[in-house]
Design a protein around this ligand. Sequence first.
Ligand SMILES: Nc1ncnc2c1ncn2[C@@H]1O[C@H](COP(=O)(O)OP(=O)(O)OP(=O)(O)O)[C@@H](O)[C@H]1O
Length: 595
Amino acid sequence: MTREEKEIRLADLVLAKAMWPYIRPYAWMLAVSTLLVFAGIFFELSIPLLIQKGLDGFILQSGQNSKDALFLGLHMEDFRSFGLFFCLMILAAFVIDFGQTLFLEYSGQKIILNLRWELFSHMTGLPVAYYDKNASGRLVARVAGDIENMNEMFTSVLVFIFKDLVLMAAIFVMLARLNAGLAFYLFGLVPVILVSVTGFSRHVRSAFRTIRQKIGEINHSFSEGISGIRAIQTTGSAATFIKRFRDLNATHYDAAMRQIKTFAVFMPFIGLLGIVSTAIILWAGGLKVTAHEMTIGELVAFLTYMKLFFRPLRELSEKFNLLQNALASAERITTVLEQKKDRQRLTRKRVRMDAIHHLAFDHVHFSYDTETPVLKDICFSLEKGSSIGIVGQTGSGKTSIINLVTGFYRPDAGLIRINGQPQESINTMDIRRKTALVMQDPILFSGTVKDNICPPENPLDGLALKKVLEQANCGFLYDKFDGPDTVLREGGRPLSAGEKQLICIARAFACNPDLIIFDEATSYMDSGSEQAVHEAMNRLMKGRLSIIIAHRLSTIRHCDRILLLRVGRIREQGSHPELVRAKGEYYHLLEKETL
Ligand SMILES: Nc1ncnc2c1ncn2[C@@H]1O[C@H](COP(=O)(O)OP(=O)(O)OP(=O)(O)O)[C@@H](O)[C@H]1O
């Protein structure tokens, strides 16, 4: 056993334990389905035996006791009642097959339905830090591809591997019972079959793995190419992207061809084994029939069982690979679901909070990777009705301060106090409920403007909604579009950047926050749109705690306090007139901006 196989098998128990809560409600269906599989095998194996009885007992009249205890202790007097019995057996096999497929598909689909829902709802609650570390393309592949692999495992792999193994074992028993001498010839082929199946599985598994991996990368490349289409077209980097994609595509093609070639050799090889063994059995069986050691019916039944034996053999090795693949998917899904504890940590054993009226940073130090300090010794405080502006060069740590306020990350040292209490003692969900974040890139979801402003489960009445839109300067919605019923497509299309930002401000009004944070909210706008957004911002800030991050000093000059950050440290702090009087860094920046 290779190290990798060992690891997968060790992990299987853990996986089974993790997946059991999803399987448990439908376990009885899977059990019924398994019982039906057994019943199905019984019927499947009965057919060749019936053919033998029909041939020997009625058609050729060569069997001695064929009419006695014809089948399952039933006596058939004539060929018509035998034919009727045959038809009933086939009908019963059909009904069992139908029932088995229905139970299996139903339970498989239900398990997947719950698992997909759980995974998605769970992912919406995962810490932002998790998303910062994991590429979105990979995570999307998890919800889509990995869940689909698991669906395949429940509906077409697990039960069928089991069925095929039982079927093959049962066929061996039937063959030995029909004619032990002939079965002995067939057992001679077993080592050849085992060696070829193992070799084939190894080859296909490595190709499978490469294919899956490359498909993930291809998806990622596609999504990156589509979301960054403007940058690609304007920077002239299309050729680089196309070349990277072509290489990826070619690797995928090579792996797919490797897999196809292996199948192309293996499948006919198994077919060849089937033909060779049929020829051997026909020759040896023919000799036995002519020597009256065997009836023709028995020979035909023997050959029919052999045919049944080679069919699952072809599928089994392919299914083992699918199983490996599905187990890898289950492992990835379990890893995501295990992140649960992190979310619970934010709310469990913490005091509830109704309102924010004071926020303070007390000698806060922070780094993303515990090695590179991003914020150093940050101190400031903010009361209800007042505002703080944060300025500083790119990468100076402005957004990192917001990441700490909202609880997306934790400080390495120092304290953040809310209403005088340490932030980590307060339910983070309460803090977020009372906070509105208006970001540089306005995030709007597909749906109506109304749904974007207030979720349908917590709607505002018509009058309140109109007021919120008025306060946020969203009159354009009534002039150019269908008011709050305007339907937005992905990314908030067809609104302009400024219009989208005003909708985000309306959303902030609707949730009536105590703390409002603007992170470069006007940086993409022309002066006309900026004016409209500023008016809405000023209205929203009244009577609340506000933090405004901006590159342009004009945006924050009216704030009660301004922090100037450089390389993670507060270099200057004070009101606009105080900082101008101090003639320090802020003053020089102001001079540059007014030039
Ligand atoms: N998720 C992250 N993981 C690791 N490092 C990060 C992460 N986010 C930001 N950083 C690093 O932290 C530093 C501060 O980043 P931050 O986003 O707070 O700067 P900023 O002042 O808001 O910059 P900008 O004005 O460009 O938005 C930067 O050096 C950045 O590379």
